[in-house]
Design a protein around this ligand. Structure first.
Ligand SMILES: C[S@@+](CC[C@H](N)C(=O)[O-])C[C@H]1O[C@@H](n2cnc3c(N)ncnc32)[C@H](O)[C@@H]1O
Length: 485
């Protein structure tokens, strides 16, 4: 097929995140098929996958690229390479490749664009070709389906994806689609900053398109489970090399059934850490869904930021209410010394349902260092409106002070971090917080934690941070003694 001239104007203003050579090489290393196999990268960029494959001796390497600039560079650089076919155009549009080659590739490999780069696809003429097509679909979700469409039955699919596809509750339908269409061989989480210029959390999904004879494809799918690997840094890819070889130091084998709800490696590693930590514990644990209700706070920033006061208003005190932000919450209690925020009850930024009272627990929803940090409201002076970076927890069957301490303890934190997720900032959703499990200690034991926690909050409020830290430490020891013995 002759190369076509791109129909789209150059869009060099849009930043594409190209894959490091070591990752492309690793993906090729783990796609060992015959040298005459048909391989395609449908979003080729500057051609890192194409070059890797050609230099490994593959003779039928195809590529598609939408951007004029990238297309021209790639064409120029690789024009003399035998067996290379470059198409210009939209890989999501079946016309670009021709319907006849859909489902004909032995390997489909690449790093498609993510929606934060190019927004969402809204064109019904494109969306109609996709089972996952829905109004305003994320480009990476359509590319994932396109990769699978392009592979022949038992063909290999190797694709870099943003972590939300593998973890977010609202994208469960995408994981269901993956499991319906692919035998998942491995999922490897890449370190943040793998792609220069973005800290997005990403992973490589290795799968084999389902077909009658799975052995034909040359992949390494095994009934024993999926290889789940967490790469601590880019250099450690060197130590991984061949995924088909037994166990890996950095890896776990996870049964397919356990991949249904979450496919992100961090979740499975956290799960293992929790079961190792709690091995032998006699204390029953229950999910928070059985113990609490949760809602999200509220505060519009942007235009409304000017409505938030940072000094305590004088007079007419009941016209104002405290606004509680993540900055006010520390594991030792409330911090109102450095940060004070107030808003007026008669302004549209006020919401009565976002107010917290004595007996509620506030949990920070977003932020790498502070996600899951919890504080119990134990005094009316601490009441106020929580902003929307905070989840408001109403305990029904657990002591609020115990719960607040527990979420900050190393055991509680392990559960919180298992549930936290984020391609960008790390966050915990309402639904995921309800998956966190808490130990069912007797009421008197929980009450003892409450007494100590009041003491700790008081010390912290007086500025006696050392005292507060030492109470926290002794509570940690007490919790471990009760739960882990
Ligand atoms: C994330 S970059 C990755 C490029 C290359 N595969 C790599 O890993 O270095 C995605 C590439 O896909 C191209 N692209 C975006 N939308 C496309 C589409 N609909 N069809 C084909 N290529 C597209 C972009 O221009 C960009 O070069």
């Amino acid at each position: 097929m002759a190369d076509r001239t791109p129909m789209k104007p150059p869009e060099s203003a849009i930043k594409a995140y190209f894959t490091p050579h070591s990752i492309a090489d690793f993906m090729a290393e783990n796609s060992q098929v015959r040298k005459d196999a048909k391989i395609i990268d449908p979003a080729a960029g500057e051609g890192v996958f194409v070059e890797t494959l050609l230099s490994r001796g593959y003779r039928k390497v195809w590529a598609i690229e939408l951007e004029n600039e990238c297309y021209k560079k790639l064409k120029e650089r690789l024009k003399s390479r035998n067996g290379f076919r470059l198409l210009a155009g939209d890989a999501l549009d079946p016309k670009t490749l021709g319907a006849w080659s859909t489902g004909s590739f032995d390997v489909v490999v690449g790093n498609p664009p993510f929606s934060h780069q190019r927004g969402r696809i809204e064109d019904p003429e494109i969306l109609k070709h996709y089972e996952l097509g829905r109004p305003k679909q994320a480009v990476e979700i359509l590319f994932l389906e396109r990769f699978i469409q392009l592979a022949r039955p038992t063909g290999l699919v190797r694709i870099i994806l943003p972590m939300n596809i593998l973890a977010n509750t609202n994208l469960q339908y995408v994981r269901d689609f993956i499991l319906k269409n692919l035998w998942v061989e491995a999922v490897i989480s890449l370190p943040r900053h793998t792609f220069g210029g973005t800290s997005a959390k990403t992973a490589v999904l290795f799968g084999q398109k389902k077909g009658k004879h799975w052995k034909l494809g040359g992949g390494f799918w095994s009934q024993n489970g999926v290889r789940v690997i967490r790469l601590p840094d880019l250099d450690s890819i060197e130590g991984l090399k061949d995924l088909s070889m037994g166990e890996h130091k950095t890896g776990l084998t996870v049964m397919m059934g356990q991949m249904k709800k979450r496919m992100d490696p961090d979740y499975h590693f956290a799960n293992r850490e929790i079961s190792e930590m709690l091995r032998g514990s006699k204390v029953p644990f229950q999910p928070l869904s059985a113990l609490v209700d949760v809602r999200t706070g509220f505060a519009k920033y942007g235009d409304d930021a000017s409505k938030i006061l940072t000094t305590q208003p004088r007079g007419k005190k009941d016209r104002y209410i405290r606004l509680l932000k993540a900055k006010n919450l520390s594991i030792y209690g409330f911090d109102f010394r450095k940060h004070k925020f107030f808003l007026r009850r008669d302004q549209d930024i006020f919401r009565s349902w976002a107010c917290v009272d004595v007996g509620d627990v506030m949990v920070v929803r977003v932020g790498a260092g502070c996600v899951g940090r919890a504080v119990a409201v134990i005094d009316e002076k601490q009441a106020g409106q929580a902003d929307d970076w905070i989840l408001i927890v109403k305990p029904k069957r657990i002591n609020p002070s115990f719960l607040a301490f527990y979420l900050n303890s190393s055991i509680g934190r392990a559960f919180v971090m298992r549930e936290a997720q984020g391609t960008g900032a790390l966050s915990i959703s309402k639904g995921k917080l309800l998956n966190v499990k808490a130990p069912m200690l007797p009421e008197q034991a929980q009450a003892r934690f409450e007494t100590e926690l009041r003491e700790m909050y008081g010390a912290f409020d007086r500025g006696a941070k050392n005292r507060a830290e030492s109470i926290f430490k002794s509570l940690e020891e007490e919790l471990s003694r009760l739960v882990l013995r």
